[in-house]
Ligand binder design. Structure first.
Ligand code: BG6
Length: 505
């Protein structure tokens, strides 16, 4: 593998400490990193190399150094260097350039650089232009890659503008837009489940599937992130990126090969096929909600409007549920229901495929279940796995049918260590594999779908924001979305095979 310097802009920030350095360290321990590897932290605060190493490594509560090998810890820490600059001042990048040249000498990294923007979004267009002003964008000596974190824009216009400004200095194949859901094994496994098995794909279409549900629930409230969250809301924070990526994996056509461009081409196509929800139809297809305070056990839990940094008249949604259709041959007429929210009963993300009933019902009188006895549940997190539900005969006279399930849990693969999403994605960018990164065109396409919804909410204040108590499954009115179909939400628990039988708080 090529040697590389991993340059983190915003290196003293939360993401670097919580995710990036721990992921790089795990990769280092697992011997996945190239021999010639170093990290350069860049931000405005003044640190020496040693003070930086202490902050992000030795004192980090996200890295367990207790039982480790002290020699290896030291060897890793010594590869962490630091440089303070005014990140928005182009002249200061001369310092970055000479520091990188110095490090190239020491670590033999041959001018291969990854620039990771872990900064506030207003710097996303600025840093690439400053790098370009010093020739640090050009892959002529070594290669240069740029990684950016979400948000990729705030709406369609800003996303298009951001892509445009990034592409002025870096080509699309140098740009890696990170979406940590794509680093989750279970999101990647959607492709394997579909395309490595002969049994699912023949059923994966309008002829056999009645509807699809996706639930993305978090039990945590917004807490101290109110300042950020109030400008975002569930649709921007979770749906436009993470959930649309899951939808694309679930619904795309088979790619012609398992490589970045073939997979990303198919994802783009299916995102283009999602039927837009027109501004005037938003109340019919989209429900938004906001959690209200409640008492759980002995604790009084704040409602969203009481959270720090949230205006007391905020109309930002902490919950969103939508119904939409995909207008192509495979999915014509199949409704998709997706919901995402904070302060719900448990933390869970799962996909539920409900298959159509058999064409002729023989055992109608004796059935104990109504509709949804043929379901495939794909658990993204936690208790990652698959559950297939179907009807079986109850022993004894007659034909009484009972619901049973076959389940697979990732934990059964005991000898496999599952890498965290960041470990997987950082290793991919080091190797130059963009398959699990979002391409600019599909990011714009996802914004194109959510744009009329955001516009409607902004332009029509009479569209309701429904309250729901902390710890409930969201506004009751959500059932209105599916009133014309036989559909009920599966309310999952943290364990894959239990559902709806109790609520966890
Ligand atoms: C982030 C959102 O992208 O994803 C957060 O900004 C959310 O609001 C988080 O909590 C959820 O990620 P995960 O991996 O915990 O499901």
């Amino acid at each position: 593998m090529d040697g590389v310097i991993f340059v983190i802009f915003g290196a003293s920030g939360d993401l670097a400490v919580r995710k990036l350095i721990p992921a790089l360290y795990e990769l280092y321990l697992g011997k996945y990193l190239p021999e010639n590897f170093a990290v350069l932290g860049v931000s405005r605060s003044d640190y020496s190399d040693e003070a930086f190493q202490k902050k992000v490594f030795y004192d980090s509560e996200f890295i367990d150094l207790k039982d480790g090998d002290a020699e290896r810890q030291k060897a890793f820490a010594q590869r962490l260097s630091y440089l303070a600059i005014q990140t928005a001042v182009s002249e200061d990048y001369a310092k970055v350039k000479s520091k990188l040249a110095e490090m190239d000498e020491v670590y033999k990294t041959e001018s291969n650089y990854i620039f990771y923007l872990s900064t506030p979004p207003f710097l996303y267009p600025i840093i690439p232009s400053c790098l370009a002003a010093h020739g640090l964008n050009q892959s002529n000596q070594g290669w240069r890659r740029l990684v950016i974190e979400k948000p990729f824009g705030y709406d369609l216009q800003t996303a298009v503008a951001l892509n445009h400004s990034l592409r002025q200095y870096f080509s699309e194949d140098q740009i890696y837009r990170i979406d940590h859901y794509l680093g989750k094994e279970t999101v990647q496994n959607l492709l394997v489940t579909r395309f490595a098995n002969g049994i699912f794909e023949p059923l994966w279409n309008r002829n056999y599937i009645q509807h699809v549900q996706i639930t993305n629930a978090e039990n945590l409230t917004v807490g101290s992130r109110g300042g950020y969250y109030d400008k975002s809301g569930a649709l921007r924070d979770m749906f436009q990126n993470h959930l649309m990526q899951i939808i694309a994996h679930l619904t795309m056509e088979p790619p012609i090969a398992a490589n970045a461009s073939a997979i990303r081409n198919e994802k783009l196509k299916v995102l283009q096929s999602i039927r837009p929800i027109k501004e005037e139809d938003v109340p019919q297809f989209v429900i938004r909600g906001q959690y209200t305070g409640s008492i759980i056990g002995e604790h009084q839990i704040n409602g969203y409007r009481e959270e720090e940094g949230v205006p007391h008249d905020s109309r930002t949604e902490t919950y969103v549920a939508l119904k939409f259709f995909i207008d192509n041959w495979r999915w014509a007429g199949v409704p998709f229901y997706v919901r995402s929210g904070k302060a719900l009963p448990t933390k869970v993300t799962e996909v539920v495929i409900t298959f159509k009933d058999p064409p002729h019902t023989l055992f109608r009188q004796e059935k104990t279940m109504q509709n949804d006895n043929n379901q495939l549940i794909i658990r993204i997190q936690p208790d990652e796995g698959l559950l297939l539900k179907f009807g079986m005969k109850i022993p004894g006279s007659g034909f009484k049918v009972k619901d049973v399930g076959m389940d697979f849990h990732y934990t059964d693969l005991t000898d496999t260590e599952v890498p965290t999403a960041y470990e997987r994605l950082l290793l991919d960018v080091i190797k130059g594999d963009a398959t699990l990164y979002a391409r600019g065109d599909s990011v714009e396409e996802a914004w194109r779908f959510v744009a009329p919804i955001l516009d409607a909410w902004q332009n029509k204040p009479d569209i309701k924001v429904y309250g729901y108590p902390v710890g409930s499954w969201g506004p009751m009115v959500v059932s209105k979305l599916s009133s014309s179909e036989r559909m009920t939400w599966r309310n999952p628990c943290s364990e894959l095979t239990t559902n709806g039988s109790f609520i966890e708080l």
